[in-house]
Design a protein around this ligand. Structure first.
Ligand code: HEC
Length: 122
């Protein structure tokens, strides 16, 4: 878990929002009201720091830790090209295989998908 993820998780826990997700909708709307549309500016760093630990064109052979060679998350187009499978795994908590990403980051990616994946700067 990254330091940023740990901080987000601590924030969620402090706010009384458990990992089981029963209060996810109010959280989503609070965030959207406060920060506007979710674009690649916000979700890109999750893909390019977390997923590229295995799924990067820079990783070859063993450095991919078994990640399929054709599935990478280095760029916006990579993420959009692989989005359906990526988001199924993200929402299910099965990627990264070490236990997924924190609920707040899963929500952030779901909002981005729901808004038809705006690029950074849109
Ligand atoms: C520690 C290495 C590692 C990290 C980090 C990682 N993956 Fe994977 N990924 C794998 C491995 C290994 C496979 C192949 C085995 C499997 O499918 O479970 C895989 C397979 C996949 C697949 C294809 C399988 C399918 O169900 O379609 C997708 C899509 C995927 N990963 C998305 C992601 C996303 C999105 C992230 C970041 C949130 C991520 N992965 C982070 C190792 C990783």
């Amino acid at each position: 878990m990254t330091i940023r993820s740990a901080a987000l998780l601590a924030l969620l826990t402090t706010a009384g929002i458990g990992a089981c997700g029963e209060k996810q909708d109010p959280v989503r709307h609070d965030f959207l009201d406060a920060s506007g549309p979710v674009t690649w500016c916000e979700v890109g760093p999750i893909f390019t720091t977390v997923c590229t630990q295995c799924h990067s064109v820079s990783n070859q052979g063993d450095a991919r830790n078994g990640a399929p060679p054709e599935i990478n998350f280095d760029t916006y187009s990579d993420a959009v090209d692989n989005l359906d499978r990526a988001n199924v795994n993200i929402q299910a908590g099965t990627m990264p295989p070490t236990g997924g990403i924190p609920p707040e980051e899963r929500n952030l990616i779901q909002w981005w998908v729901d808004q038809n994946t705006p690029a950074c700067g849109n």
